[in-house]
Design a protein around this ligand. Sequence first.
Ligand SMILES: C[S@@+](CC[C@H](N)C(=O)[O-])C[C@H]1O[C@@H](n2cnc3c(N)ncnc32)[C@H](O)[C@@H]1O
Length: 226
Amino acid sequence: MKINELDSKYKRNFLKFTRKAFSLLPSMTNPKILDIGCGTGQSTIELLKLSNGSIIGIDIDKKALDNFNKKIKEQNLLKKVKVMNYNLLNIKFMKESFDIIWAEGVIHIIGFEKSFKVCYELLKNNGFFVLHESIKKLEKNKECIEKNGFKLYDYFALPEGFWWTDYYKPLEEVMKNINEKNLSKEELKKVKHLKKEIKMVKNIDLKEFDCAFYILQKNKNMRSNY
Ligand SMILES: C[S@@+](CC[C@H](N)C(=O)[O-])C[C@H]1O[C@@H](n2cnc3c(N)ncnc32)[C@H](O)[C@@H]1O
């Protein structure tokens, strides 16, 4: 197994939730989608297939984007996907230019309040902002939803402990059999990073990792009251 694809192998287990979240949106013809923190583009490519629209993936991690660009070329998707090395907080897209903004596992990193403000500006009215987030973290920031002009359109929780049972645990198992002596410097760095992450996860209450998909809809009327 290729070391740089270790985590993406188990990340694929989450694609069924990406599909479920997409299925909860009303049907749209060729929607324009922005995927924030797209990383190596697993969900981005899935969304492209589901939507038959056009999609822009942004991320601050240049290496992940190089990997993503490689996949796009291999899968002949150059005309439909654009990948940009952008920070959400600095992007200069036209206002109200997206039908859907997708954000899996990134809004708690950027910050809820800041991200909601930027996404409100970028979305068309009645457009959708879909988040895959830790339930605990979103609960702490739920006042951001209405305050920033969104309403909760739909929601579903992932099975309890899914991040552990379907991602970190199998990853930990497979890493036990890796002989670090045979790895390149880069591969060793990746393995060490993943091991550190797993160790950290083991020391945290697993409830922190219980996540949900939140489908928010932009609503101009709500914001005018703010
Ligand atoms: C937890 S990863 C999630 C990646 C991908 N969405 C997924 O679900 O597999 C978070 C990603 O957000 C990116 N990121 C962090 N801050 C960002 C920002 N300000 N703007 C754009 N991307 C950001 C990180 O580089 C990382 O690739």
